[in-house]
Design a protein around this ligand. Structure first.
Ligand code: GLY
Length: 336
């Protein structure tokens, strides 16, 4: 299946196909120098499969985890591009999850003012969300994604076969973002998540999530309006992620908890039952004051009020604004 995505400067294709990794040489332009970036949690054969189809391929394997998404690893990638004599006509290929994609996309956006970047996401989270829409970034000082660029990929390859090596917790982690998109944009998809055996419908869920994400980024590539809806649940999620006591929680798990206070009671009951079905958390084992304080100190929070996405009915959203005190009460009431 080819899913075209329009951008300000043209567009790119998402190739969604089981087994696509085995034919990247046909789908991508690899008859040049190719820097494949992966991490040590991704099966090595995925990057090797890409390199074996390239004219002149090199693999850089970084440490798995968010700690790699910083200036040191960014510098490592740039130094490899220089060392191997890459030019403006060569390319970078990410093979892995969101960290690998965001980091190598940003390196591609900076090297020689921008070279081609291909993304081959191998986690559910990156397949349904981070690989689509051209956001690239690294973390800097204590801030996540604070240095980055919009640098759309030249193509994205989504091969659901690559998910066969992922532990169930990682699958659910990514599906939290599908739940988010279904809850805000697509009540039919939300009903499917409620009704069906999700693992038996994983390809359909991923495919439909990609279509939702495509529609959003085509309308608002640089997050001036509609794309902000993709931050549903993320205000609280980022607060949870900033807490040391919660560092073992995955991003999607924080989003799962973060969505709960942002819905009407009727929707909340349905959401909690889908999250339970996916073994995603529905509460946090820490004092909620810690979370609400972190929301107030979020770098993006400013002034007396906070703006957030609210879901009154599944498949719809509204942008709401309230004081931090009202927001605290909402979180404490709904997450208690
Ligand atoms: N992950 C949210 C976005 O792409 O805007």
């Amino acid at each position: 299946m080819i899913i075209p995505v329009k951008t300000r400067n043209g567009g790119y294709n998402i190739y969604f196909e089981r087994g696509a990794l085995g034919r990247v040489g046909e789908l991508l332009k690899l008859d040049r120098k190719v820097l494949v970036v992966t991490d040590n949690g991704v099966p090595a054969q995925y990057a090797e499969t890409v390199v074996s189809q390239a004219k002149e391929g090199y693999i850089v394997t970084i440490e798995q985890g968010e700690k790699s998404k910083g200036i040191k690893t960014f510098e490592l990638l740039l130094s490899k591009l220089v060392e191997y004599g890459f030019t403006r006509t060569d390319c970078v290929v990410a093979v892995g999850g969101g960290v690998v994609g965001d980091l190598s996309g940003f390196a591609a956006s900076c090297f020689m003012r921008g070279i081609d970047f291909y993304n081959i996401p191998t986690t559910v989270l990156s397949q349904v969300d981070s690989s689509i829409g051209g956001k690239t970034a690294i973390d800097f000082m204590q801030y996540k994604n604070i240095v980055g660029a919009f640098w759309p990929p030249a193509a994205v390859i989504i091969d659901p076969e690559t998910l066969s090596t992922l532990p169930p917790r990682q699958i659910s982690n990514g599906l939290a973002e599908s739940v988010k998109m279904a809850l805000t944009f697509d009540s039919d998809l939300f009903e499917l998540l409620e009704r069906e055996d999700i693992s038996a419908h994983i390809d359909e869920v991923i495919y439909r999530s990609i279509l939702l994400k495509k529609a959003v980024v085509e309308e608002d590539e640089t997050e001036k309006g509609l794309r902000k809806v993709l931050n549903f649940g993320h205000t609280i999620a980022h607060a949870i992620e900033s807490e040391k006591a919660m560092e073992d929680y995955f991003h999607g798990e924080c989003v799962a908890v973060g969505m709960i206070p942002m819905c009407s009671d009727r929707v909340k009951a349905r959401l909690v039952s889908v999250l339970n079905k996916l073994s995603l958390p529905t509460s946090v084992p820490c004092d909620l004051n810690v979370i609400t304080e972190a929301v107030r100190h979020d770098k993006k929070a400013s002034g007396e009020n906070i703006t957030f996405i609210w879901v009154e009915e599944a498949g719809t959203f509204e942008m709401k604004k309230c004081s931090f005190d009202e927001f605290d009460n909402l979180v404490k009431e709904k997450l208690a």
